[in-house]
Design a protein around this ligand. Sequence first.
Ligand SMILES: C[S@@+](CC[C@H](N)C(=O)[O-])C[C@H]1O[C@@H](n2cnc3c(N)ncnc32)[C@H](O)[C@@H]1O
Length: 584
Amino acid sequence: MDLWSAKTQRRYQTMATENSTNKEVRTEILTNMDEQELQTILKEEATMKDSESTEKRNQDPLVGGYETAVSVSIDSLVIDYHPRKNLGDLKSLMGSIKRDGLLEPLLAYEMEDGKVALIDGYRRLAAAKEFGWKEVPCVIWKKMSKRDAAHLSYVKNAERNAFDPIEIAMHLKAMMERFGYSMRDLEIKGYGSAASISNKLKLLEVAAPVQEKIRSGELSMAHGIQIAKLPTQKEQERMAKRVIDEDMTAKRTERQIDRYLSKGKQKDDRPRIQVPDSDIPGVYMKDSRDMSEMPDKAVHLIVTSPPYSVGMEYEKGVTFEEHIEMVQGVLKECGRVLVSGGVMAINVGDIYNFKGREGKSKVSQVELMGHKYQSWLRSHGIFLTDTILWLKPMAAWRKRPDIQYTDVPHTTYTMLPNFEPVYIFRKKGERETPSEEIVLQSKLTKEQWTAWTPAVWKITPVLKAEGHPCPYPEELCMRLIKMFSYEGDTVLDPWLGSGTTVKVARELNRVGIGYEKEPQYKEVIMKKLGTGNVRADFEGVRKLMKEMGLSPGEEQEVKESHEEEKEETVVEHAEGQLVMVAAA
Ligand SMILES: C[S@@+](CC[C@H](N)C(=O)[O-])C[C@H]1O[C@@H](n2cnc3c(N)ncnc32)[C@H](O)[C@@H]1O
């Protein structure tokens, strides 16, 4: 629908006829007017209420009465410069044009080459194009320089709709670089003080994704100016995220960034422990009561789950007394290797159906374990500071076919322990803080903080464990590592099991170290970590040959070459597959 010709054109024609006597006078005065006067008039026009405008129009031949508006072909209008980069909600403008017609003509000027360039009406022009109009009403000024037109374009647009901070910065840049304005010129023209102009220009130094957040209003101009102080795109993006996540004020952002910059971009040069060679780097298949591979105070965080003394396959034949002795021995080593201020997160359940230390008691009871760990660790200067309740949403009686509703006499009901505690201990003293960069990198997001600080964690347990009877879920481990360590820290699990802690620690850019005494879990760990070699004895080769389906003749050949050449054969896990490769 051509609303210009159908509705609006009629309106302008009427106005032009009404004011025809003033036409020449106005055109002449407008084109020769100095810029300040021109602006005053434009401002008045824009702010006048309809009634005032009509009244004034009748009294003052210079104001209102768009008698100078002419129909201009849309295709002939040039956009040489326009400060509005964002068209905004064009639909609502189109709706209003549909309803009321185009209430105000576009504003343009004649360039030196005779082409007509738009000053004001970028969005109206876009709407007209959407409607498929061929022409638009336009007031055209002659004798206007490009630099004046650029400024006027900004003033006119700013009157109608505020620019976003990035548009302002881009305009200031264009004014200086393209149109030759000095800082002083801009001050005189009302763009603010030199300092504020320089600050606004800094917004153009921030990374594009951060600029987008300023545009969308997620970050203010003041935030952007602070973030621009950060030298790299990565640092800027990280800080922007943090500002949004933590709802930081501009003042707080400034303090954080200044502190960060004053500390300097220190490299993360904390002493690293050398991980001695082992078949699986960083994993020791041995009893962790002796962790002599680890120097004192070399570990920043311990995340672990010990045996519970509940008759699992790896604790067969171990009495409760022996179990306690083993745990105490491992905790002592943990106390030695943990840094001051370091955290030890222990997931340990209580013992249900406990039949006494000798296992002979007729009374079946619950043996609480947390307080035992608390008192053992206290003697190493490590104190209980928090508890987390890991809630297992999948637990249900139907998973215990040995216990039937019909078999349970009233009042003898027992509870289904669908939770396990995770105890958070801290070693006394203060731990070293890494560089600000690492601190920023490691900090929880606001969402994580909100979700993880309430102490009940609902996490689905591992439902189908492969190769180990009771791995804990990676999610549990991930939260603990993210909450209680920095990137680059060393994380230890002295009861490694299937290797979960080391896997997750490495995925989170930490150094993962583990101890596991049962050799049968070596392959499980290798598979989980996706790395490491096992030097195979001939049993390993035999197993491999079986898997490969070699004929007895081929098998003999491999056996001979293995024995005669004393060739070291290495079985590697390559993408989860067992493959045989020649030893290096
Ligand atoms: C509860 S499981 C750990 C499961 C582990 N969190 C996972 O996700 O796979 C405890 C593990 O500690 C191991 N273990 C028991 N005593 C040990 C010791 N003294 N030194 C090293 N490992 C030990 C057991 O063989 C078992 O694999």
